[in-house]
Design a protein. Structure first.
Length: 338
């Protein structure tokens, strides 16, 4: 029997609620899967997942292993991409993962994605499916706490690169191009500072560039953003650079990514630290040039004081905040730590 998107969840629930043991080989798992399985705690369940590729939320697997008593065993298979659920008298073979997929979508983010599957009840076909599952089970391995920990970073990276369902009619990025939910878990931050770098920091960078390129940097405009004594700034993330003046004015200098760090000495002999950045031309695939920078600063200005004082803005002399949490302030949505 063919199953379309409108009937997929109901078909899965029906299979899980049926009598007998359940055998699941579903590659990728996300939020909501643990709640779904816990509803059917009277039936023994075995699970094979793909934990190492970054498409599975490790917190969900951790919860399933620890808190759902009917889960007989959860194992991992690195090259698993199948989505097969086997009950006593039927099986479902389809495209849908359990609440998440290889694109790292979760919850409401799955809306608009079409899924399809097929329910099999023919005994001969069920036998072949069960034999296939046995082979996958024998090829799989147990999951340790170390495996869960190792998968967290991969999940975070894949989650940050997930696609969005938002259709962009323009070609440029603005403060509210995306919703807080769409920006959640993405490695994009707003960096706000009120003081320029010191002369020692500027000189240290000029010496660094001179040694690197064999050319002298004389003009301030030629020096990219250098964040001084701010080593905790997120690495491998895009940083939207905002200068917040003493009189309340703000300006946006672009979006940057850390590429290097170096140490130098202040005049008093104390050690200094520089985060050296490259300039990016896009955010989320959308243009972010001089015009967009000015518009971004203008739209951000009414909210800058609230963002600066937010408990989710990290730092003392300067602040950085995840873009998702900044958007929650701008759109009056509840904040959460990311």
């Amino acid at each position: 029997m063919f199953i379309d998107s409108n009937k997929y969840e109901a078909a899965v629930r029906e299979l899980l609620s049926g009598k007998g043991k359940k055998y699941l080989a579903v590659a990728f798992w996300g939020k909501g899967a643990e709640a779904l399985l816990s509803e059917y705690f009277n039936h023994e369940v075995k699970i094979i997942c793909n934990l190492t590729s970054g498409g599975t939320n490790p917190e969900v697997i951790k919860h399933i292993r620890k808190n759902i008593p009917n889960i007989h065993d959860v194992r991992q298979l690195d090259n698993l991409h199948a989505k097969v659920l086997i009950g006593e008298d039927s099986a479902i073979i389809g495209s849908a993962n359990l609440s998440s997929n290889g694109l790292c979508l979760e919850g409401s983010e799955l809306q608009g994605w079409e899924e399809a599957g097929y329910r099999v009840s023919d005994p001969e076909q069920l036998k072949k499916i069960s034999e296939w599952y046995s082979r996958m089970w024998n090829a799989s391995s147990s999951i340790s706490n170390e495996d869960i920990e190792a998968s967290r970073q991969k999940w975070k990276q894949r989650r940050g690169l997930r696609p969005t369902n938002t259709t962009q009619t323009g070609r440029s990025f603005s403060l509210t191009s995306f919703s807080p939910k769409e920006m959640e878990d993405r490695e994009i931050y707003i960096v706000i500072y009120r003081e320029d770098i010191s002369d020692e920091a500027r000189l240290a960078y000029q010496n660094y560039e001179r040694n690197l390129t064999k050319k002298s940097t004389l003009q301030k405009s030629n020096i990219p953003p250098i964040y001084e004594d701010w080593p905790q700034l997120p690495k491998s993330a895009q940083l939207i650079d905002i200068f917040y003046g003493k009189r309340g004015g703000i300006s946006c200098h672009g979006v940057y990514t850390r590429i290097h760090e170096m140490k130098f000495k202040h005049k008093d002999g104390s050690k200094g630290h520089l985060c050296i950045c490259r300039k990016d031309l896009q955010i989320m695939g959308l243009s972010f040039n001089t015009t967009e920078m000015a518009s971004f600063a203008k739209a951000l200005k009414p909210h800058i004081e609230t963002i600066w004082g937010s408990p989710y803005a990290i730092g003392d002399t300067g602040k950085y905040i995840s873009y998702a949490n900044a958007l929650r302030i701008v759109t009056n949505n509840p904040l959460q730590v990311r």
